[in-house]
Ligand binder design. Structure first.
Ligand code: CAP
Ligand code: MG
Length: 415
């Protein structure tokens, strides 16, 4: 028998194994605590140690310990052996790497910045069913960004009014109508009525304009209810669901991914409440890690911000988007969604910053157009076409056929 103590979790010479999950944290050690002491406590508490020295059979248990091996300024690197984790359980992984350690007294602050996921862990997860290919598999966006809109005001529109706004936006040139995050199944706009009527309108528009359109209906709810809503989307002929991934929780996201596979539905991930984890830059969990987790769990689209061009704080978009598009042991790539305060006047800069393999989502930037939703949608599509043709927005807007863009630029400027 031997003891497991904090020091057993620190090894500056350690070389991570290809099967280890390697996590980078930024930490602020408590007063009088060295970086080494704090780092070993992080590795201990997030794997198989605790505050008291334990007497255990070394051969049986010590190989499950995490190892803090890198210390660079306020950054520490910790390697976790793959056997520590239950295959395919995101809640279990997070209870280790982003669990009790977030509140331990050994650190005044701790932020999980990045993870390097080994195949031994990613192979337990499905990843996206479609990912970036939805632009072509489910829509006719080709190589341009997918365009989406969310009716405003966020809640309060009747079903008829909501559908009318959607229809105008589709006809104006957006591909996807999206529910807002706090619209689910309220009396003023019940879920199934909205679903049925929106998809009926979608069918009419597709027939008239000859372009595929779809609807990101918000199925977010208690898990069993959410799965029933996913089934309803399939029954009514929808191709996508929208899920608020943080508020409903990772195990629910995993359940939805499973049910969506049965029906061939794609998942649009909204991230309301992410800022509770990622807004403080010294504490919590970074959006980069939230995006990684989302990819493993299998969402097809995820909101990642607007490269600083929109209305919301805390954006680290380029690094995240590269990761979502890049190779991750064969998991499909995820389509990043730029949203929040966008309007036609920033589309060229957005495409310059993020590329074309994205979804551009605008609410106020379409419905706030002086001539209404239909004109707003046309302006967004014109701005996208101009950017892809390499024509400056102001120049494109001079063509009388692009009067909607001219009006939008007059209102919001071509920043
Ligand atoms: C955008 C939006 C989205 C946020 C989410 C809103 O509306 O519908 O929920 O953009 O942010 O409610 O604010 P607008 P993120 O286009 O009118 O701003 O993508 O950063 O998670
Ligand atoms: Mg919203």
């Amino acid at each position: 028998m031997t003891g497991i103590e904090y020091d057993d979790f620190l090894d500056r010479e350690y070389n991570p194994d290809s099967t280890d999950l390697v996590c980078t944290f930024r930490i602020d050690p408590a007063e009088d605590m060295s970086m080494e002491a704090a780092a070993s406590r992080v590795a201990s508490e997030s794997s198989n140690g605790t505050w008291a020295a334990l007497h255990v059979d070394e051969d049986e248990l010590t190989h499950l310990g995490a190892v803090a091996y890198g210390i660079d300024g306020d950054e520490i690197t910790v390697a976790y052996p793959a056997e520590l984790f239950e295959a395919g359980s995101m809640p279990q992984i997070l209870s280790c790497i982003a669990g009790n350690i977030m509140g331990m007294k050994a650190v005044d602050a701790i932020r999980l910045e990045d993870c390097k996921w080994p195949e031994s862990i990613t192979s337990g997860f499905p990843g996206p069913q479609f990912g970036t290919s939805v632009a072509r598999e489910k829509l006719d966006a080709g190589d341009r960004p997918i365009l989406a809109t969310v009716p405003k005001p966020k809640v309060g529109l009747s079903t008829d009014a909501h559908v009318r706004v959607g229809e105008e936006a589709w006809r104006g040139g957006v591909d996807l109508l999206k529910d807002d995050e706090n619209l689910t199944d309220q009396d003023f706009n019940p879920f199934e009525d909205r679903l049925a009527e929106s998809l009926a309108a979608r069918d009419r528009v597709e027939e008239d304009v000859g372009e595929r359109k779809d609807y990101l209906v918000n199925v977010t709810a208690e898990t069993n209810e959410m799965l029933e809503r996913v089934d309803l989307v399939d029954e009514h002929g929808g191709g996508f669901v929208m899920v608020d991934i943080i508020t409903c929780g990772w195990s629910a996201v995993q359940s939805v991914r499973d049910r969506c596979e049965k029906h061939g539905l794609a998942i649009h991930a909204h991230r309301a409440m992410h800022a509770a984890f990622d807004r403080m830059d010294h504490h919590g969990v970074s959006m980069r890690v939230i995006a990684q987790i989302s990819r493993l769990c299998g969402v097809d689209h995820i909101h990642t911000g607007t490269a600083g061009l929109g209305k919301l704080a805390n954006e680290d978009t380029p690094g995240i988007n590269d990761w979502l598009h890049g190779n991750c042991h064969g998991l499909n790539p995820v389509l990043p969604v730029a949203s929040g305060g966008l309007h036609p006047g920033v589309v060229d800069q957005l495409i310059d910053a993020l590329g074309t393999d994205i979804c551009v989502q605008a609410g106020g930037g379409i419905h706030g157009h002086p001539d209404g939703t239909h004109a707003g949608a046309k302006a967004l599509r014109q701005a996208t076409d101009a950017s892809l043709d390499g024509v400056p927005l102001e120049e494109y807007a001079q063509d009388p056929a692009h009067a909607e863009l001219a009006t939008a630029l007059k209102k919001w400027g071509a920043e």
